[in-house]
Design a binder for this molecule. Structure first.
Ligand SMILES: [Zn+2]
Ligand SMILES: [Zn+2]
Length: 242
């Protein structure tokens, strides 16, 4: 049994064949898929998909790219959905975090909305799914200061080095690996994987993004079935079976 701990099934990339995409995932043993919101509307779509498809669960949240567009109304909607977590099949808050690579929202706004959402997740006792791109120091500082560990923390699509990984593990976080761990030019990640104990290890596709090798570049759209490729690569790096 495999779990894709991070995907975006609501994206328009899947509009023409979503049923087939989810069926293919089941065929390779993917028993559960967590689909995450990136803004108010996609969070609502994530909840709708979780109700529509067996084995699909939802997370709601505002991505750092969208931080500057988040309104009080958005948060009211997300909190309302998350308070009905059982009915809405919501099991996490995210994705949230900081992205200093693209800087689609100003950094101070990203940090403010990140803190705000960690507090909401703690209030609701929902684990947080963290996006951290070229912002590891600030992400870890804020997660620590806001006591995010009380609710649980997953570092999604981990992109740090050994030092960052050790800090995350010391703080009690889970570490999730995506397609980049399979890239033939991956340098840091293969040395990070063996450091992460199985009990703290998650896998994900981040579909429709980040197709693993050998699809990187050739076929742009990723899908949850390919989480099996991530699992196989991690097993190889850990010298064990899937
Ligand atoms: Zn992300
Ligand atoms: Zn994502």
């Amino acid at each position: 049994m495999l779990i894709d701990s991070h995907a975006h099934l609501d994206m328009p990339h899947f509009d023409t064949d979503r049923d087939a995409v989810i069926a293919r995932a089941r065929e390779v043993g993917v028993a559960a898929i967590l689909t995450l919101g990136v803004d108010g509307a996609s969070s609502q779509r994530a909840v709708a998909l979780a109700q529509q498809y067996e084995g699909v669960f939802a997370a709601v949240g505002i991505h750092p790219h969208e931080a500057q567009h988040a309104t009080p109304e958005d948060y009211k909607v997300l909190m309302g959905l998350a308070r009905e977590r059982e009915t809405n099949r919501i099991i996490a808050w995210g994705e949230i975090g900081l992205d200093y690579h693209y800087d689609h929202s100003p950094r101070d706004v990203q940090r403010r909305e990140f803190r705000r959402q960690i507090r909401m997740a703690r209030e609701l006792d929902l684990p947080v799914c963290i996006h951290s791109r070229e912002a590891h120091d600030d992400v870890l500082t804020i997660l620590d200061e806001e006591h995010a560990i009380d609710a649980g923390v997953v570092m999604h699509c981990f992109s740090g080095d050994e030092l960052v990984a050790r800090r995350c593990l010391d703080l009690g976080f889970y570490i999730s690996f995506a397609g980049p761990v399979t890239f033939t030019n991956a340098r840091k990640l293969p040395t990070v994987v063996p450091l992460v104990p199985d009990a703290r290890l998650l896998i994900e596709t981040d579909a429709p993004y980040l197709s693993p090798h050998p699809w990187r570049g050739r076929e742009h759209r990723n899908e949850p079935a390919r989480v099996a490729i991530i699992a196989a690569r991690l097993a190889e790096l850990k010298g064990t079976s899937v």
